[in-house]
Ligand binder design. Structure first.
Ligand SMILES: [Zn+2]
Ligand SMILES: [Zn+2]
Length: 165
């Protein structure tokens, strides 16, 4: 494999090989059903026997993102997390800050608003990223004691309750 004919040919071979690796990365991402960082995805690919470097994984993810094939969110440390974009368009997700699990959310109203803004502004090629994070049910601590008995707060202080009479 050490033959070196022309620089151009070597480049083409490299290109094909890179394309295959990137396709493999996309395949691993497609099978993973949660948001995943480049490093995690790299580890998953290697575990599957896909021989790729972390740099290739980063580039592949970047290409997927730029091609509109992946949705991206930032985790708390600012690391980019990727998830394949559904065929019918981009999706917004609710993501657990504790375990990272995610679920798609209905964002029709949001998309409508985005279209309205786009239509009424002079900006072109608008893009948006909206991410909702929270703590999923399994990650929530045991139900907090709602009332700890002694000293329940006196109501009626400044509470605008229903008008009397
Ligand atoms: Zn969770
Ligand atoms: Zn959207």
């Amino acid at each position: 494999m050490g033959r070196r004919r022309s620089g151009q040919q070597a480049h083409l071979v490299l290109g094909a090989r890179t394309a295959r690796r990137r396709a493999a990365v996309a395949g691993v991402l497609a099978d993973y059903e949660e948001f995943v960082s480049a490093r995690e995805l790299h580890a998953l690919a290697v575990a599957r026997g896909v021989r790729v470097g972390l740099t290739t994984v980063y580039r592949a993810l970047r290409e997927l993102e730029e091609g509109g094939l992946a949705d991206v969110v930032m985790d708390e440390s600012g690391e980019r997390l990727y998830r394949p974009r559904p065929a019918d368009g981009h999706q917004h997700y609710l993501i657990c800050r504790s375990c990272g699990t995610s679920r798609p959310v209905d964002s029709a109203a949001l998309e409508e608003w985005v279209e309205h803004v786009a239509g009424s502004s002079e900006f072109a090629a608008l893009e948006h990223q909206v991410q909702l994070t929270g703590i999923c049910a399994p990650c929530q601590p045991e139900a907090a004691p709602a009332e700890s008995g002694a000293g329940s707060p006196a109501l009626g202080g400044g509470q605008p309750s229903a008008a009397h009479g």
